[in-house]
Design a protein around this ligand. Structure first.
Ligand SMILES: Cc1cc2nc3c(=O)[nH]c(=O)nc-3n(C[C@H](O)[C@H](O)[C@H](O)COP(=O)(O)OP(=O)(O)OC[C@H]3O[C@@H](n4cnc5c(N)ncnc54)[C@H](O)[C@@H]3O)c2cc1C
Length: 402
């Protein structure tokens, strides 16, 4: 039995590449998800003109399987981020995360991508008193650093159709969009710019060759030589790169989502939202479906270390029960979609952006669940690094060689 199920977003078919064997060239980008499509796009923006995208089994990409949230911040709350890295670093990272969210918005506007983009904020809800305390602490830290964030009490959350929640943090700048439409828009732009795009190329090795003068990619179609390569395979990177495998930079983990049929009554909260330290995350689709993911923290092992994207029935029922416990919905919900995807947890908690041990092999990976904005923004930073233009100071936190 195949483990590939279709996500709600994949009703819009993801564009695929040619199946012919690629020619040798200047820069190869391995992966065509948000990172690969963004990297190819930014590389052409920064003047590179011979770019080739390669992908394999792209229907598995997390890009087509996420929740559509474009969020300020990282996987950690500001409270946790400050505790881990100190206030100065936390502030710099947070500001960068805001800039890259806006980068997604600006790209959508610039390229006129019809990606259902809405900048309507993000609501983080506490499901117990301890989490509520952390929400208060995060708000006061964010406000003291000059970032906008406000508290929402139980009455306000109940007006949004939630129950059994203890308070929330709202920040107005985050956004949502259709991930496949956004990625397709980037690919279309790349094709217009003569980027070569080849699908069904299963890369198994990426190594320097010719005394460091080039990089050889090995695939089932043979050996392909490029001047430089960008590994944009996120969770799949250790399967094709010795650098990732040996340094153990990232761990794959499975995320799972269910989506209802369109509900009869309008879903009251249409902004991206999450609960329980972000472990459950949800969205209302434009056709009034409830889309909710998470629950992996309630499974033995937390779904870490797997590449199997067959949905786990325990997670499915857990998510359905979570909806009964936390949403006031006065109708029977029929669940129509259930899918999973593989994300990459990074060892540092930050993505890896830049050259690997070879100055010709680059990467952008490890977004720990926040890849929509981070993939697009990290790819821009990488293109800047590769083209030698000045990069923001914050790049120092993302060095893959650490
Ligand atoms: C259930 C779920 C919910 C999520 N929700 C959100 C959210 O709401 N907001 C958010 O910001 N992030 C979310 N994420 C994370 C986000 O989707 C990812 O971080 C992001 O899509 C990563 O993009 P990527 O292009 O780096 O990797 P992917 O989209 O996983 O793409 C990997 C690429 O590598 C290629 N590839 C793999 N192996 C090979 C090989 N051997 N040879 C050639 N090519 C190969 C594939 O074809 C594919 O194109 C979620 C993820 C999941 C799974």
């Amino acid at each position: 039995m195949t483990d590939v199920t279709k996500s709600y977003w994949m009703e819009v078919p993801p564009i695929v590449g040619k199946t012919e064997t690629p020619r040798d060239g200047s820069i190869a980008v391995i992966g065509s998800g948000l990172t690969g499509a963004s990297a190819a796009y930014w590389l052409t923006e920064y003047g590179f003109d011979d770019v080739t995208i390669l992908d394999y089994e792209s229907e598995r990409a997390a890009t087509y399987r996420n929740c559509g949230h474009i969020l300020y911040g990282t996987v950690e709350s500001m409270f946790a981020l400050t505790a881990l890295h100190g206030e100065k670093t936390a502030k710099e990272i947070w500001q960068f995360s805001i800039d890259i969210c806006h980068e997604v918005r600006d790209t959508i506007r610039r390229l006129k991508i019809p990606a259902d983009y809405r900048q309507d904020g993000y609501l983080v809800m506490a499901i117990d008193k301890v989490e509520e305390q952390e929400i208060h602490q995060s708000i006061s830290l964010l406000n003291s650093m000059g970032f906008e964030s406000t508290y929402m009490n139980q009455n306000q959350l109940s007006a949004f159709g939630f129950k059994n929640v203890f308070g929330g943090r709202f920040e107005p700048g985050s956004a949502q969009a259709h991930p496949v439409k956004f990625r397709n828009g980037l690919i279309q732009e790349c094709l217009k710019r003569n980027v070569h795009y080849h699908s069904n190329i299963r890369v198994s090795e990426v190594e320097e060759s010719n005394n460091g003068e080039s990089v050889t990619i090995v695939s089932q179609k043979g050996k392909h030589k490029f001047d430089a390569v960008v590994i944009a395979a996120n969770a799949y990177s250790p399967l094709l790169s010795r650098f990732f495998l040996e340094k153990r930079l990232i761990d794959p983990f499975k995320g799972q989502i269910i989506a209802s049929k369109p509900l009869k009554n309008t879903i009251k909260c249409t902004i991206p939202h999450s609960f329980d330290h972000g472990y459950e995350y949800a969205l209302a689709s434009q056709d009034n479906r409830l889309i909710i993911g998470g629950w992996r923290n309630n499974t033995p092992g937390g779904e870490i270390g797997t590449y199997n994207i067959l949905p786990n029935p325990t997670v499915e029922t857990g998510l359905m029960r979570f909806v009964e416990d936390h949403y006031e919905i006065d109708e029977k919900i029929e669940w129509e979609y259930s899918w999973s995807g593989i994300m990459a947890a990074s060892k540092t908690g930050f993505p890896y952006i830049g050259p690997t041990t070879s100055p010709r092999i680059f990467t952008c990976a490890g977004y720990t669940g926040h890849g929509f904005s981070w993939a697009h923004g990290s790819a821009k930073l990488l293109a800047q690094l590769m083209s030698g233009v000045e990069t923001p100071d914050v790049a120092k936190y993302f060095n893959p060689k650490i």
